[in-house]
Design a protein around this ligand. Structure first.
Ligand code: BTN
Length: 327
């Protein structure tokens, strides 16, 4: 029903459609129409209402839902099935449930806000309602655990390319897969898998991108650590455009991975790396901390770390802190 109301408003965008006309076409009462309009507003549509004139759709920039994600999306797999809700604990947790129930590869799960949004290393992720892209993808890659780092690096590269194409902004990739601008975090990725060493059953890739928040939308303790596109550009970005561009690019990169390999993505990550050449500490959890110089990225997405004794080791996961700029 909501989709019919939306379609009528869109067909007449910037013009008034009377409550009576909406009620007549949809067959619901005018009070019912009012409820649908309230719901559309909750979903980010800016709709004016005037007595005796009706409703006028003015802006769709902030809206994102099943209907918008699929509208004009030119993919074959990614985004063909979309789950969207106003509030969930975590789209990754929801994604796991759906994947356990057989959700297909390419399923996209979006929430306007998350009550228990999760970050890497057990951290939480702040998901301000409607102001960012908080979503997860279900993947069913035929790979082993060793190739996992490659897929998350690929995801980071595709997000960076998407941001560049849609906004002109060039972000930096902080190993393993955070996106930074001016030394502050703009986007993070949380990949969670279900499977065994040599066969992954499914992979949930959770992505958070700070889009339309202002400084005051973040908790005070994060203010100097995070950034949004709006803080960079001074204007709102369309979540729909960003998500659709991401899905198209990701589908192309991911489905061609077997033929093309990781070379181009790794080269991109190196060119736009926030860490290479720096002296770093990598916290791998359980009290294990590695120290050395981040010298290179390997084709599987691992970081090559030169230890103080001169030996070079491959690091697959962890949390990186810069300890000193050696340049
Ligand atoms: C990190 O940088 O530590 C990873 C952050 C990942 C956040 C996203 S938001 C959508 C998805 N659902 C979650 O609970 N987490 C990821």
């Amino acid at each position: 029903m909501m989709e019919i109301v939306l379609r009528l408003l869109k067909e007449n965008q910037n013009n008034f459609v009377s409550g009576e006309a909406l009620a007549k076409t949809t067959g619901i009462t005018r009070a019912g129409i009012w409820k649908q309009i309230s719901h559309l507003r909750e979903l980010g549509y800016t709709i004016e209402s005037f007595p005796h004139k009706g409703y006028r759709l003015i802006d769709t920039t902030l809206a994102l839902n099943n209907f918008e994600v699929k509208d004009g999306l030119n993919t074959t797999t990614f985004g063909q099935t979309v789950y969207h809700c106003l509030k969930v604990d975590s789209t990754n947790t929801w994604g796991r449930t759906l994947a356990n129930q057989g959700a297909a590869e390419g399923t996209v799960i979006i929430a306007e806000t998350q009550t228990k949004g999760r970050g890497r290393m057990g951290r939480s992720w702040i998901s301000t309602p409607g102001l960012g892209l908080w979503f997860s993808l279900v993947l069913r890659p035929k790979i082993g655990l060793a190739q996992l780092a490659g897929i998350t690096l690929l995801t980071a590269v595709v997000i960076a390319e998407t941001l560049k194409e849609t906004t002109g902004i060039q972000v930096q990739i902080k190993w393993p897969n955070d996106l930074f601008f001016a030394g502050r975090k703009l986007s993070g990725i949380l990949a969670e898998m279900n499977g065994e060493m040599d066969l992954i059953h499914y992979l949930i890739i959770g992505i958070g991108i700070n889009l339309n928040q202002l400084e005051q939308d973040f908790p005070p303790e994060l203010v100097d650590k995070v950034i949004s596109l709006k803080m960079i550009q001074g204007k709102d970005s369309s979540r729909k455009l960003l998500l659709q561009t991401f899905l198209k690019k990701f589908e192309t990169a991911y489905l061609n991975l077997a033929q093309t390999g990781m070379l181009t993505a790794v080269q991109y990550a190196k060119e736009h790396s926030a860490n290479l050449g720096k002296t770093v500490q990598i916290n791998q959890g359980m009290g294990r901390i590695l120290t050395g110089q981040a010298v290179d990225l390997d084709l599987d997405g691992s970081l090559l770390l030169k230890k103080p004794d001169g030996s070079v080791i491959k690091v697959y996961s962890g949390d990186l802190i810069e300890t000193e700029n050696v340049q």
